[in-house]
Design a protein around this ligand. Sequence first.
Ligand SMILES: [Zn+2]
Length: 408
Amino acid sequence: MKAYERLIKYAKIHTASSEEGSETPSTSRQFDLANALAEEMKQIGMTGVYVDGHCYVYGVIEADKGYENVTPTGFLAHIDTVPDFPGENVCPRIIENYDGGDIALSDSGRVLSPADFPHLEKLKGKTLIVTDGKTVLGADDKAGVAEIMTAAERIIKEKIPHGRVSVCFCPDEEIGHGAALLDLGRFGAELGYTVDGGALADIEYENFNAAGAEVLFRGKNVHPGGAKNTMINAALLAMEFNSMLPSADVPSLTEGYEGFFHLTEMSGAVDSAKLSYIIRDHDENTFRARKKCMEHIAKTMNEKYGEGTVTLNIKEQYRNMIEMVKPRFEVVEKAFEAARSLGLEPTASPIRGGTDGAQLSFRGLPCPNLPTGSYGHHGPYEHAVCEDMDVCTDLIINIIRCYANDKK
Ligand SMILES: [Zn+2]
């Protein structure tokens, strides 16, 4: 079975996660795909197949005879789709020999257009899978699931030499819990790869350092008619705070390695006000400086208006995996080598977000991110490219080959 055929099959199983759920998985429907995958893993000959109570699916391809000393590797993808756009009744449509132009997404009124997605021009002549404009496709990350499954099947069927390869499909990545409960002991890999990226042949091993900041402002409310030299308007304090942040360091004006402060929510009146931010930067030092900058503004305002006027709470969220990947950089080099063996020129763009792999890296499993050959994630314009999915599958197989080549 080809990877894209698997994607179409998996896409039809509703697996949206939910921000509401307090347990893992956040939605029990994720078990529908988890159980189906476990069945399929057994059918293709994987061992140790297991779905745990939190909806993680584990499976292993044991090392070939003579390859027991090869570094054990693992491949991961997530089974959930985004909670904030419909993921039920997905109707994937195949477009053969794409002409490079606009694609009307059924009768939804939505059009997938190169004007919005310039990479489409380069996909001319390829086979696309698109939505009907009413749901996500779920290629994020069912394309990754499909490619791992297809690679596993081929490794076993075609008797491709391999060390121990483990597979795990995780729930709830889209709500940030994807790797939290993964049992690394059971997984048993030394180096891992999430297959949750986009374009060929981008191999991602740097992500943001991330923190959230909540800023509370306490005002002093008196009758506005007699407020001279007395009133402190908390809403204005909030505006003052924000005005002291570097105004060009916002998501809409930054790219690549440029970090930002992102105001995600504001509320306020005279009495009290609140601002919520996320802080992002790839560079550890600049990241620290950003947090310092906020602390300095809070301190300055407290000196001006009185202690306790501004309360700043910064919460660390996740860190750049580069720190953990560097000491085992072969995990990246092997992926580059595998990409080159397929005639691809690998690139390495910094992820402007986090991945399950970032968390896993800090738990001891260095874990860069591989491409899936799908685009436009998290909305109705999501699409996958069948030929690129084949290449992504080959990439997984060749990474496994590269490790096997090192056998002692
Ligand atoms: Zn994803």
